[in-house]
Structure formats: structure tokens, C-alpha cells
Design a protein around this ligand. Structure first.
Ligand code: XMP
Length: 186
């Protein structure tokens, strides 16, 4: 048995992911050409996307990380916790490109962006792998995005369910029995 057995259907294939990231990498390259900037990867979900994205951006950039967790083990948004790994001089006066796996309600990136601006960032733009606009509650739209997805819980390419499935190379929907199983086990 592998993780693939738990997937109901593939929503975005590896080839589609490559094409989407190529397009967004070109947009980011054009937007920041001639300007110093730092890519801030929001852990853990964006690590796969950020690693693929930065290798397609052929202009100078720096890389920083922060961790934001809001979902715990389930699929319902809970309290948000932010841990900043960038030190003061990685934020102050810098142009930052916040990179995240998915823009859902928008609360995470809205709060993280406000916090980075409060800590002295010169400019904070956002780049997301997936966008679920139907779920938005916060006033935030991504400056760059690879794919729009329907209102469905998705896994793979960095996105997890209960800590698993981040290593799938595509984006997929889980079989309903996987959710039922984890509910039954508490
Ligand atoms: P908000 O609602 O703050 O959520 O925009 C952003 C974070 O929520 C997680 N998230 C998901 N994770 N499949 C996942 O694996 C999903 O469909 C999903 N929707 C939201 C994710 O961690 C994201 O950074």
C-alpha cells in the first residue's frame, strides 16, 4: 500500500504543476528584475513549492522562513501561531515575497503580512501555489498564484492531512474514508 491508494482523484498533475510554476516564476522574475528581494517561505506547507519556484527565478534573491500553523490535525481552521525565523535585518527595509502553499480563508497571509510590515518590511507581496477564492474571509488577494482550486480539501505537493501526504508529487483529493477513519480514531 502506498499514499497513492488514499487518493480519490488527481486534481493537478506533475506536468501541470511544472507549467504553472514556470509561468509564475516568469511573472515574479519580471516584477522584481533589478530589485533586491527576499522570498519568505511559510512552513511547512510551502517548502516544496518554494524550492521549485526559486530555482526557476534567475535573478538575485535571498531566502528566509517562518512557520504558521492554524489547522492542527484536522481540516477546520483553528488558532494561528506564527514563529518568525527571519531575524530583524532580514525583514527591516526589505522587499519580501511571502510564499505559501494555499490561500484559503486568507487569514494566515493577512496576519503574517501585517506582522512583517509592522516589523519594518518595505513591501510585502504574496505568491501562492493554490488559491481557493470561494473560501475567502480576509481582505487579501495573492499578487501571484499558480492555480485556482474548488472548495475541496486537497493534499500533496507540500499540503498535508494530519501531517501526511506532503510528499505526493501532484495535488489530489483524498478518499472520503480517510477522513472517516481519522474521525473514528479520534
Ligand atoms: P487560510 O485559511 O489562513 O489557510 O488562508 C491557509 C493554511 O491553511 C491550510 N489549508 C489547507 N491545507 N489542504 C491542506 O492540506 C487544504 O485544502 C487546505 N486549505 C487550507 C494550509 O496550511 C494553508 O497554509
Amino acid at each position: 500500500m502506498t499514499l497513492h491508494n488514499d487518493i480519490e482523484r488527481v486534481l493537478i498533475s506533475e506536468q501541470e504543476i511544472t507549467a504553472g510554476i514556470d509561468r509564475v516564476a516568469r511573472e515574479v522574475t519580471q516584477a522584481y528584475s533589478g530589485q533586491d528581494f527576499t522570498v519568505v517561505s511559510v512552513l511547512k506547507g510551502s517548502c516544496v513549492f518554494a524550492a521549485d519556484l526559486i530555482r526557476r527565478i534567475p535573478i538575485p534573491l535571498e531566502l528566509a522562513f517562518l512557520a504558521a500553523s492554524s489547522y492542527g490535525d484536522g481540516t477546520v481552521s483553528g488558532n494561528l501561531e506564527i514563529n518568525f525565523f527571519p531575524t530583524g535585518n532580514e525583514i527591516e527595509g526589505r522587499r519580501l515575497l511571502l510564499v505559501d502553499d494555499i490561500l484559503d480563508t486568507g487569514r494566515t497571509l493577512h496576519r503574517v503580512r501585517a506582522e512583517l510590515l509592522a516589523r519594518g518590511a518595505m513591501d510585502v507581496r504574496t505568491c501562492v501555489f493554490l488559491d481557493k477564492p470561494s473560501r475567502r474571509t480576509a481582505a487579501l488577494e495573492a499578487d501571484f498564484r499558480c492555480f485556482e482550486v474548488e472548495d475541496l480539501f486537497v493534499v500533496g505537493y507540500g499540503l498535508d492531512y494530519a501531517g501526511r501526504y506532503r510528499n505526493l508529487p501532484y495535488v489530489g483529493a483524498l478518499k472520503s474514508e480517510i477522513f472517516a477513519k481519522s474521525k473514528a480514531s479520534g
